[in-house]
Design a protein around this ligand. Structure first.
Ligand SMILES: NC(=O)C1=CN([C@@H]2O[C@H](COP(=O)(O)OP(=O)(O)OC[C@H]3O[C@@H](n4cnc5c(N)ncnc54)[C@H](O)[C@@H]3O)[C@@H](O)[C@H]2O)C=CC1
Ligand SMILES: O=C(O)[C@H](O)CS(=O)(=O)O
Length: 483
């Protein structure tokens, strides 16, 4: 286990060189609570060096012939696939998720590099009808240096879905990965080095989030910030970027409603809910967080769900039979416990779970029982706060109008789901939900081909798909008069 961790670089990668620092910070394995590595912490000058390196690399990278530029991305995709087992092990050790999920995430990252390499070749400009002696054109041009700040819940996927389109469109990047999961990012950068990506095209700095965030947002050289993480930090970065007027993509919190209508296929709904809710132990911004069940089918749904939840195997993600790993940190357990206590104090029923798992089997890891709460209502914090953990709150409803109103009663607007059969009901739900994504009788809503992103306080901008790469270009209008 320690070999894969020991062999990863722990330093900054700036202008094609591994750079050490004066300060190194402990990294914890959430399944054991033990220190597994010491990670370089950049000082202010080193962050500026990374931004400058990306700036210097921009013109040559942007000017490469497209087939040459995209070949680098194809090579990176090959390397990600080749090293998927090692990258997955590193991810599970630092983040906790099951090894199967980690491997799928790395493979999806390779797919992201391939998709964007292909899509870069279709970043066609446009011509607009113009007078005979004029030509009106739109050309899509890369924005320049991109500052990317990523979270810990998808330590590899969040990086690949940002860096792949940025590089494909001709930009250069400075990445600040989450301080909870830097090793997956560093292992990816080792592959960039192996792919002989030109110096400065991709740089990585770890250190104080606040200081690096401030350096990126205040820099005149950085033209775009792409961020995935919590809504308060997203808002802070938005405000900080006002002075330099950066282009931004913000993929923030979610609080997905999951509606099970009276006519739903209950087996399919329960299966979809289990898959979406317990992926990465609920630490997913598109995880179902408020489960609205029609009162006529509640008992049946609850029975099936309880059996499945109680059968989940919680443990170290490295064990092949683990379904659900630990939470990321101690404070994640505190947040969930607080929501559960608040809900039960106000009348919710604890159907199963509700407690931290301790004892030899769980080391000193951050393990929590998969939990179901019944009789949840709007007086409870869990109705409005993002949970980011293995808790299923059940809320019953009577009419379609009532459930749509409740589902939309959230400051968030990222993902939403509904299970129903009647086509008019489906149409009403799909058009009425105020969310960036709606899954109908389906929970797989994140693919390289399809747009991912939210509305309201879940942020703006889209990742993946033909829209995702457009977030990394500007549209230039060229008006030529022929003399
Ligand atoms: N949308 C999503 O996928 C995510 C949502 N969250 C939500 O946020 C809650 C808290 O999780 P955290 O890890 O604390 O999220 P966070 O928003 O603090 O962390 C996300 C990233 O932002 C960085 N960051 C933190 N403060 C910053 C600052 N002042 N300037 C620049 N970068 C900064 C972090 O180092 C990390 O790289 C979770 O419980 C969950 O509700 C967290 C992670 C991902
Ligand atoms: O939590 C997220 O940011 C996403 O849900 C990850 S994924 O579902 O697109 O893989």
């Amino acid at each position: 286990m320690t070999e894969s961790i020991n062999n990863v670089h722990k330093d900054l990668f700036i202008n094609g060189e591994w750079i050490n620092t004066a300060d190194y910070k402990d990294l914890i394995n959430p399944a054991t609570g033990k220190v597994i590595a010491k990670i370089a912490q950049a000082d202010e000058t080193q962050v500026e060096d990374a931004i400058q390196a990306a700036y210097d690399a921009f013109q040559p990278w942007k000017s490469l012939e497209l087939k040459d530029r995209t070949q680098y991305l194809h090579n990176i995709a090959d390397l990600l696939e080749e090293h998927a087992d090692r990258l997955a092990e590193i991810m599970t050790i630092e983040q906790g998720k099951s090894i199967k999920e980690s491997k799928l995430e790395v493979i999806a990252g390779a797919e992201s590099f391939r998709w964007n390499a292909e899509e870069a070749r279709r970043l066609y400009g446009e011509t607009i009808p113009a007078p005979n002696d004029h030509k009106y054109e739109i050309a899509y041009e890369p924005v320049g240096v991109v500052g990317a700040i990523t979270p810990w819940n998808f330590p590899s996927g969040m990086i690949t879905r940002k860096i792949a389109p940025a590089l494909a469109a001709g930009n250069t990047v400075v990445l600040k990965p989450s301080s909870d999961t830097p090793l997956s990012a560093l292992a990816i950068f080792e592959l960039f080095e192996q792919a002989e990506l030109p110096k400065g095209v991709a740089n990585i700095v770890m250190g104080s989030s606040k200081e690096i965030g401030e350096a990126m947002t205040s820099s005149k050289l950085v033209k775009k910030i792409t961020f995935t993480g919590s809504t308060p930090i997203g808002k802070a970065l938005y405000a900080q970027s006002a002075d330099t007027l950066k282009k931004m993509s913000l993929e923030l919190g979610g609080h997905a409603p999951f509606i099970i209508n009276a006519d739903a296929d209950i087996d399919a709904a329960v299966e979809g809910l289990m898959a979406a809710k317990f992926r990465n132990n609920g630490q997913v911004c598109i995880a179902p967080n408020r489960i609205f069940v029609h009162k006529s089918i509640k008992d049946n749904v609850l029975k099936q769900l309880t059996e499945k939840v109680e059968a989940l195997k919680v443990g170290n993600g490295l064990n092949e039979d683990t379904n659900v790993g630990p939470l990321i940190r101690e404070d994640a357990i505190d947040k969930i416990k607080k929501q559960i206590i608040n809900a039960t104090d106000k009348g919710a029923t604890l159907v199963t779970g509700g407690h931290r798992l301790t004892g030899d089997e769980y080391d000193n890891g951050f393990f929590f029982q998969p939990t179901i709460l019944d009789n949840v209502n709007r007086t409870m914090d869990i109705f409005y706060e993002e949970t980011f953990g293995p808790v299923i709150p059940i809320i019953t409803f009577d009419t379609l109008e009532e459930v749509i109103e409740m589902a939309n009663d959230s400051e968030f607007g990222l993902a939403s789901y509904a299970y129903a059969k009647d086509s008019k009901t489906i149409q009403t739900i799909a058009t009425s939900l105020e969310y960036g994504m709606v899954g109908i009788n389906e929970v797989a809503i994140s693919n390289p081909e399809t747009p991912f992103g939210g509305v309201k306080h879940s942020g703006f901008g889209r990742e993946n798909s033909h829209l995702g790469i457009k977030e990394y270009v500007t549209a230039k209008f060229i008006n030529t008069k022929f003399l």
